[in-house]
Design a protein around this ligand. Structure first.
Ligand SMILES: [Zn+2]
Length: 418
């Protein structure tokens, strides 16, 4: 929906319409490999140390397969990268436009920034807004009484003679947007989307509406780029399951639920699935999460944070006079941590600093204002692993060798290949 004063090019529309949850396949191998290593090591917190090395060694084979995966051309991927490039350019040239999520319904809305700010302010001050809502609600209730139909949750109740029949109903704010098939999500999640549509259509509606509703679902799924074969195969399958379930008298048995421990790993199509073979059975199950979501564009109403205000970062400071660099991590604001490095030289404390040593020994100064952010990672443990990976990759690093001891040597070969 475009509420802004600017015409939005088709290609930009196509991208933002995919929604904030759409996961874009990562562009480069290195980022994927770093994320795998970070998460494998992070999962070890939940596992006995005796299995760590076995898992590490087996994971190496899987991580290695990322390289060959990236050599193959993927047309869908190239299409999306093009759209992202065009969208970035568009946002750069039209800094007054923002994309945000509609309050209701799964829709992306484009607005003028000034307009958005004025609207939010007036909404907060205007008490009438609430009165209007009440009024509209009453009117809808009156109307539905009149029609013998009441829209209740996702069901429309229709009075037919003396009986009530039900039909599945979509709210007026219904956008028809679901997780797009091209998103870097496991196939199970895409089946889940289909089940999420078929199940209510089946359970909440009278059989006379089934055909109409299922046709409608096919249309929705096609709109979200689901292939026909996928839709028909899984729809048939699901309906069979639902009918079987209905016919079965289910005996309720108290389920003994053991707490499942999850081994979570980023999802990369054709690669991440392989982790199931090595993890399942080690009293853990594999679960996937998606990286690189389009939220980046769509939550844009926040003003971009300055580099120094960012928290949870892995950073690199370069020496102005030579190739030397230092890599560190902090959960606090980057500016705060950098100020500490800078001031350390004046402190009387006996704490050791390799940066201070370098400044004293060579009379070199660091480029404090152009500190690079290498990674942003909320979890402390993953941030530590990330820091070690980057230290390992430094050419002329000042970090001490012991800083990377915990990473182990298993990953050295892979990291050298990147
Ligand atoms: Zn230097």
């Amino acid at each position: 929906m475009n509420l802004s004063s600017i015409d939005i090019p088709n290609q930009v529309q196509r991208l933002v319409q995919l929604g904030g949850k759409f996961a874009v396949p990562l562009y480069s191998c290195d980022k994927i490999i770093f994320e795998f290593i970070k998460n494998i090591e992070h999962n070890f917190k939940k596992l006995q140390s005796s299995v760590h090395n076995t898992i590490r060694n087996k994971s190496i084979t899987i991580i290695n397969s990322v390289f060959s995966k990236f050599k193959k051309k993927n047309l869908n991927k190239i299409k999306i990268y093009k759209l992202i490039y065009i969208t970035k350019q568009f946002l750069k040239n039209n800094s007054n436009i923002i994309f945000t999520r509609a309050d209701k319904g799964n829709t992306t809305v484009a607005m003028d920034k000034d307009d958005y700010i004025t609207k939010v302010n007036s909404m907060l001050q205007d008490e009438k807004t609430y009165k209007i809502c009440e009024h509209v609600e009453k009117r809808i209730r009156k109307k539905s009484k009149f029609l013998n139909m009441a829209d209740f949750l996702d069901t429309t109740i229709i009075k037919m003679g003396n009986s009530l029949i039900f039909d599945w109903y979509q709210k007026p704010t219904y956008s028809g947007r679901f997780l797009n098939f091209m998103s870097q999500h496991p196939i199970s999640q895409k089946k889940g989307v289909l089940y999420g549509l078929v199940d209510p259509a089946f359970h909440l509606s009278h059989p006379m509406f089934h055909e109409k509703n299922l046709k409608f679902i096919v249309k929705i799924l096609l709109d979200n780029d689901y292939p026909k074969d996928f839709i028909f195969y899984n729809m048939n399958d699901r309906i069979k399951t639902l009918i079987n379930r209905q016919n079965k008298v289910t005996e309720l048995q108290p389920m003994r639920r053991e707490k499942i421990k999850w081994f979570s790993i980023p999802y990369v199509e054709g690669v991440s699935e392989k982790f199931k073979n090595i993890i399942n059975g080690m009293c853990q199950k594999v679960c996937f999460f998606s990286m690189n979501k389009l939220n980046y564009f769509i939550k844009a109403q926040k003003d971009p944070m300055s580099r120094g205000a960012k928290r949870n970062v892995v950073y690199k400071i370069n020496c102005n006079q030579c190739e030397a660099s230092y890599i560190g991590q902090t959960g606090r604001k980057l500016d705060t941590r950098i100020a500490e490095h800078k001031k350390h030289i004046n402190s009387v404390s006996s704490s050791h600093s390799v940066i201070t040593d370098h400044r004293m020994e060579f009379s070199h100064e660091f480029d404090w204002n152009n500190c690079e952010i290498l990674d942003v990672e909320r979890y402390y443990n993953k941030r530590l692993v990330s820091e070690m990976i980057y230290i390992n990759r430094q050419k002329k690093g000042l970090n001490l060798q012991t800083d990377t001891d915990a990473l182990g040597h298993t990953y050295t070969d892979i990291l050298n290949k990147i």
